[in-house]
Write a protein that binds this ligand. Structure first.
Ligand SMILES: C[S@@+](CC[C@H](N)C(=O)[O-])C[C@H]1O[C@@H](n2cnc3c(N)ncnc32)[C@H](O)[C@@H]1O
Length: 249
């Protein structure tokens, strides 16, 4: 069961945009960054170009002042290749609003499959970094996504069951921006004046939800294998029709 963040949590954030979520996490819950690693996929110059020098610079400075480690150019699907993460483990690994880079995939089914692949590869890559000490400190992976169409077609819980080894969704809950003062959601493509919106307008009406993934117990693993044999299938984005997710890209 997920619990509130506490200063003894070791937290890895991946896919940060302007680092405002990492900052909010420290400001409001952890009060220190000494066990926080905040990462972005973009290199620093690209992140500044996308989200602005002021936004990225101030947040990163805050994080570093709090002793957090800030890394650019970290691929969430290949965390094992990041040398700064070697030997570290985390009680929480967080990816907020994952969305593939290189938007412009106009074919919505391909778009869904690309995002499913991103999430599956992230879950596989993150697992070895999860802490496994006492039960209450069991490592958790938190993924927050919008849940309205077409995001519902991502079938995120089913994706987790298919990672190797499989993960279970222990709980999910509404992502409430009010719990994250200072957090400013950003799109993968960056902030575009006249197109993008501030104050999290782009997520507020999309029913964002946080899914908490953990390793299943041995009994749960056995049940899962039996269910698997019964032939549960997931939608791989082959038969999707509906609105576009270009707003996120
Ligand atoms: C919609 S934005 C959300 C940004 C930020 N997490 C937020 O909540 O404002 C999606 C993010 O996923 C990141 N992303 C896409 N592919 C990634 C990958 N392979 N590894 C890490 N991040 C990735 C993008 O760089 C982008 O920052």
């Amino acid at each position: 069961m997920s619990r509130a963040y506490t200063p003894d949590d070791a937290v890895l954030l991946v896919g940060e945009g302007n680092f405002s979520f990492a900052r909010s996490l420290i400001e409001n819950y952890l009060h220190t960054g000494h066990q926080v690693v905040a990462t972005a996929f973009d290199e620093e110059a690209v992140a500044i170009q996308k989200y602005g020098e002021a936004e990225v610079g101030e947040n990163v400075q805050y994080l570093r002042d709090c002793e957090a480690l800030v890394l650019f150019g970290v691929d969430a699907t290949a965390l094992g290749q990041c040398k700064e993460l070697r030997g570290k483990s985390f009680t929480r690994i967080i990816f907020n609003f994952p969305h593939v880079v290189g938007a412009g995939i106009k074919d919505q089914n391909r778009n869904i499959r690309a995002n499913q692949q991103l999430i599956t590869s992230f879950l596989t890559s993150a697992q070895p970094l999860l802490s496994e000490t006492e039960a209450e400190k069991q490592g958790e992976i938190h993924i927050t996504i919008k849940t309205k169409a077409p995001y519902d077609a991502w079938r995120i819980k089913a994706l987790a069951r298919r990672t190797e080894p499989p993960l279970k969704c222990a709980i999910s809950f509404q992502f409430d921006c009010k719990r994250w003062p200072g957090y400013e959601h950003r799109r993968t493509l960056g902030f575009k004046e006249g197109l993008s919106h501030r104050d999290n307008v782009e997520i507020l009406d999309k029913d964002p939800r946080t899914y908490v993934f953990t390793r299943p117990s041995e009994e749960e693993e056995v049940e899962e294998k039996i269910d698997g044999k019964r032939g549960k299938k997931i939608n791989e984005g082959k038969a999707w029709e509906g609105s576009s997710d270009e707003d996120e890209a």
